[in-house]
Design a protein around this ligand. Structure first.
Ligand code: ADP
Ligand code: TRP
Length: 331
């Protein structure tokens, strides 16, 4: 066993702003779970970040709990990964404030994610504007080395590196570590039921743990072109096939592609195939989730334990920072 301190720190966060969907799974969660043994993993539920868009306490609390359930059901091992809620580590918001005093307004103005969210109709509040500063604090407070995220988060990690460098230069020391993003290129953007990027904001998702009836309805509603059943079809341009490819073995994929090309195979058939494949793929996780749902205290215990471990690491990083910026704690 390698010495703990020589292992890289792997960190990522996910917002609890809705039910997690298969885009989140293939784009992020699967990598988080695969990487939990490759270093000291810290994974957290970014509930402060969700406040930038979600203004409903009951919903936020429920989604937070559900994200915890989902991760545990999907294979997060709390012995391997420190798993917690962002708001349980107060040092994060403390560091975010300090970083904000070093952040040029112009750096935030370049934020692509902010502009995209405003374009999508979100209210331009200051929290949304300074979102990357809080994200930088999330990462820097644990001295994280590797941040597995989707392509859309690349700029936020660059901002994080900028702020770490700025802090270290301003206060002349190696207080913060510049992290690297880890982006899995092989997972192209997962399409939603309408063919756009699957996203909670577009109401086009296939949630990982959807009720069977509702899932069937959503899958049946996937948009396709109007090629008649008997005619040959091109699998490479079809959404249903793109989704099937996420779940099927290579052999199964080729078999279905052939059926598309032969004709006499309709989109309805392909959708049924997708429903079966997706249901089988998550069957074990669904069982684990149902079982865990009977014991909510186990889920809260994991988060509580995770928060304690995360706080210890955060406090180690925060102490010299308080010292060097000249803020002292009176108790
Ligand atoms: P959403 O767009 O549903 O609000 P988030 O922005 O909260 O999703 O994304 C959480 C994680 O899931 C990020 O790492 C993001 O890159 C990944 N992700 C979200 N949607 C997709 C998708 N359609 N395809 C691939 N990855 C995705
Ligand atoms: N912004 C990320 C997203 O929407 C969530 C997030 C918050 C995050 N803090 C983070 C991701 C720190 C990685 C590291 O997906």
């Amino acid at each position: 066993m390698q010495n703990e301190s020589t292992l890289p720190i792997i960190l990522s966060g996910i917002q609890p702003s809705g039910k997690l969907h298969i885009g989140n799974y293939f784009g992020a969660i699967r990598q988080h779970i695969d990487m939990q043994e490759k270093g000291r993993a810290f994974y957290f539920i970014a509930n402060f970040h969700s406040l930038t868009s979600l203004k409903n306490g009951k919903a936020l609390r429920e989604y937070t709990y559900e994200v915890a359930l989902d991760y545990l059901a999907l294979g997060l091992n709390p012995e391997e990964a420190t798993f917690f809620a962002q708001s349980d580590v107060p040092q994060v918001t403390e560091l975010a404030w300090i970083l904000s005093t070093l952040t040029p307004v112009s750096l935030m103005e370049k934020g692509v994610s902010y502009k995209d969210k405003i374009a999508a109709g979100l209210i331009p509040n200051i929290g949304l504007f300074t979102y990357p500063i809080l994200q930088a604090a999330d990462i820097l407070i644990y001295h994280s080395n590797i941040v597995p995220v989707g392509e859309d988060q690349k700029q936020n990690i660059e901002i994080c590196r900028d702020l770490a460098g700025k802090f270290n230069r301003t206060y002349e020391g190696d207080f913060l570590i510049e992290p690297e993003e880890y982006i899995v290129k092989s997972v192209a953007t997962v399409p939603g039921t309408d063919g756009q990027k699957m996203s909670k904001s577009y109401d086009n998702t296939l949630p990982i743990f959807e009720e069977p009836k509702a899932l069937k309805k959503k899958i049946m509603s996937i948009q396709t072109d109007s090629t008649p059943l008997e005619e040959p079809k091109d699998p490479t341009t079809d959404n249903v096939y793109a989704l099937i490819s996420l779940f099927a073995t290579q052999e199964k994929k080729e078999e279905i592609a052939q059926k598309y090309r032969d004709g006499g195979y309709g989109y309805g058939h392909a959708k049924k195939e997708l429903l079966g494949l997706m249901t089988d793929y998550f069957a074990e996780a669904t069982e684990r989730r149902n079982e865990l749902q009977q014991h909510p205290d186990r889920v809260f215990d994991v988060l509580h334990e995770g928060a304690k471990r995360a706080q210890i690491q955060a406090e180690k990083v925060m102490q010299p920072i308080r010292e060097v910026v000249g803020i002292h704690k009176s108790f």
